[in-house]
Design a protein around this ligand. Structure first.
Ligand SMILES: Cc1ncc(COP(=O)(O)O)c(C=O)c1O
Length: 425
C-alpha cells in the first residue's frame, strides 16, 4: 500500500476497513476527557463490551444453581473448557484436540517442560533466544536445576550479532546444528517481546526435529497477532497467555498446544491432576491416573470459569472477525506507523528514533519497538500526557502496538502528529 502522511488518507483507509466496526465493541480508556490512543494491546488488550454479559451469565448461574451450575448452567461448568478448542485452534493453527485452555502461561510452560524436557547426560541442553522474557528464562533455569544440571552449561542462548537487533535465522539454525546431539529442547518466543521480531518458527521446528530434539514456543506476543501453523510446522508444544492480543483481562486464563503425535501417548510423563483424567471415570474417585488422550490430558485443576467467560467473550470476536483479516490489518497499521516514524526522523539532522522491529511484513506483527536515541523516558512520559498509552521497556525502548480489532489508521496518524510535536518541544 502507498501510504500518505495526511489525516484524509487515514480517514479513507478507516472507511474502507472491513474491520472498522469492531472498535465500537471495545471500551477505550479516556485520558483528559478524550478517548486515548491505546497502543498497549501487546501488554493488556482492551475489554470487549460483551465481556460483562459473559461473566454476569456465569455469576447468575452460580446464584441460581449453586453447585448444580456444573450440570445445569447455560454453559455447564463441567465442560466449560470444551467451548474453546475449535476456536482457539484457528488462532494458533492446530487441530482442536491439540489445544487446551488452562492456568497461566508460565505454569503451562512448566507443565509442558515436565513432559518434554527429560534430560540425560547425553542430551540435556536447551537452546533459546538471548534476552527471552524473564519468566521464560527463570522457568528454563529452574527446570535445568530441578534435573541436576547447571544452567550456565545447559542453556545455550542465541543472540543478535554485534550491532544488530534481530536474530538471524541462519544463526539460530547453526546453533541448533552445532549442539545437535546434546540438545534436549529448543524453546523460542514466537515474537520477541522487546524487538517485535517474529522468528521463523517453521525453520526452527524443522531444524530442532532434524537433530532429534523437542521444540516449543512461547506465543505470548504471537497468539492473535501473527499467522501460526503449529500443527503443520510440527512444533511439539506451545503456550500463550490471553490478556494481550486475546483481550481476556488481567491474568486471564492461558492456553497450551501439544502436537497430535504426542496426545494419545497417555504414558508421557506429566504433572497430573483430576481434570486431566479420563472423563468417563473421573468421578469414580479411584486410584490410578489415566490421561485423556488429547491436550486436555495436561489439565490439572477444574476450570476457572469466571476467567474463562471473559476469554470466551473475546475468542468469539476473533472467530467472527477471522485471524487472517486481523493479521493483515495489524501489519498494515504497523507498516503505516513505521512510515510515519521515518517521516518524523527525517526532520532531524540526527535520528531520534531507531525502529528495531523488522521492516519485512512477514517478520513482524502489529508491534513496533522504537529504540530512543535521546530523551527516551522524557518522550515516553510526554506521550502519556498527550493521551497516548504506550509502554516503556528498559533500558530505552518504547513499544507501540496498533491492534487491528480496535485501533484505526486515524489513531496511527494522530500518534505520528503527537510524537512529532513532542519531539519539537
Ligand atoms: C513472552 C512472555 N512470556 C511469559 C510471560 C509471563 O506470563 P504469565 O505471567 O501469564 O505467566 C509474559 C508476560 O507478559 C510474556 O510477555
Amino acid at each position: 500500500m502507498q501510504f500518505e502522511n495526511t489525516a484524509s488518507f487515514a480517514r479513507e483507509q478507516d472507511e474502507k476497513d472491513p474491520l472498522c466496526g469492531y472498535r465500537n465493541r471495545f471500551y477505550i480508556p479516556m485520558i483528559n476527557g478524550q478517548e486515548c490512543i491505546y497502543f498497549t494491546g501487546n501488554s493488556l488488550g482492551l475489554q470487549p463490551k460483551k465481556t460483562q454479559d459473559y461473566v454476569l451469565n456465569e455469576l447468575e448461574d452460580w446464584a441460581n444453581f449453586g453447585v448444580e451450575g456444573h450440570f445445569h448452567g447455560r454453559k455447564p461448568w463441567l465442560s466449560y473448557h470444551e467451548l474453546f478448542p475449535e476456536k482457539i485452534a484457528k488462532i494458533v493453527g492446530a487441530l482442536p484436540e491439540e489445544v487446551v485452555v488452562m492456568n497461566q502461561l508460565t505454569i503451562n510452560l512448566h507443565l509442558l517442560l515436565t513432559t518434554f524436557y527429560r534430560p540425560d547426560d547425553q542430551r540435556y541442553k536447551i537452546i533459546c533466544e538471548a534476552r527471552a522474557f524473564p519468566s521464560d528464562q527463570y522457568a528454563l533455569e529452574s527446570q535445568v536445576r530441578l534435573h541436576g544440571y547447571n544452567p550456565a552449561d545447559a542453556i545455550i542462548e542465541v543472540a543478535p550479532r554485534e550491532g544488530e537487533h534481530h536474530l538471524r535465522t541462519e544463526d539460530i539454525i547453526s546453533t541448533i546444528t552445532t549442539h545437535g546431539h546434546q540438545t534436549a529442547v529448543v524453546m523460542f518466543g514466537g515474537l520477541n517481546y522487546y524487538s517485535g521480531q517474529v522468528f521463523d518458527m517453521q525453520a526452527i521446528a524443522a531444524a530442532a526435529r532434524e537433530i532429534g530434539a523437542f521444540v516449543g514456543f512461547d506465543l505470548a506476543h504471537a497468539a492473535g497477532n501473527v499467522p501460526l501453523h503449529l500443527h503443520d510446522w510440527g512444533a511439539d508444544f506451545a503456550c500463550w497467555c490471553s490478556y494481550k492480543y486475546l483481550n481476556s483481562g488481567p491474568g486471564g486464563v492461558a492456553g497450551a498446544f501439544i502436537h497430535q503425535r504426542h496426545i494419545a501417548d497417555i504414558d508421557l510423563p506429566r504433572l497430573a491432576g483430576w481434570w486431566g483424567h479420563d472423563k468417563a471415570t473421573r468421578f469414580l474417585m479411584e486410584k490410578g491416573f489415566r490421561a485423556i488422550p488429547s491436550a486436555e490430558g495436561w489439565q490439572v485443576s477444574n476450570a476457572p470459569v469466571l476467567s474463562m467467560a471473559a476469554h470466551l467473550a473475546s475468542v468469539d470476536i476473533f472467530d467472527e472477525a477471522g485471524i487472517d483479516a486481523l493479521v493483515h490489518k495489524g501489519r498494515l497499521l504497523s507498516g503505516y506507523l513505521m512510515y510515519l516514524l521515518d517521516a518524523v526522523n527525517a526532520r532531524f539532522a540526527t535520528p531520534v528514533i531507531e525502529i528495531i522491529t523488522p521492516r519485512a511484513a512477514a517478520e513482524r506483527g502489529c508491534q513496533v519497538s522504537m529504540l530512543m536515541l535521546q530523551r527516551g523516558k522524557e518522550i515516553f512520559e510526554s506521550l502519556t500526557q498527550q493521551g497516548v498509552l504506550s509502554d516503556w521497556r528498559e533500558p530505552n525502548v518504547i513499544r507501540v502496538a496498533p491492534v487491528p480489532l480496535y485501533n484505526s489508521f486515524t489513531d496511527v496518524y494522530r500518534f505520528g502528529q503527537i510524537i512529532s510535536s513532542v519531539l519539537d518541544n
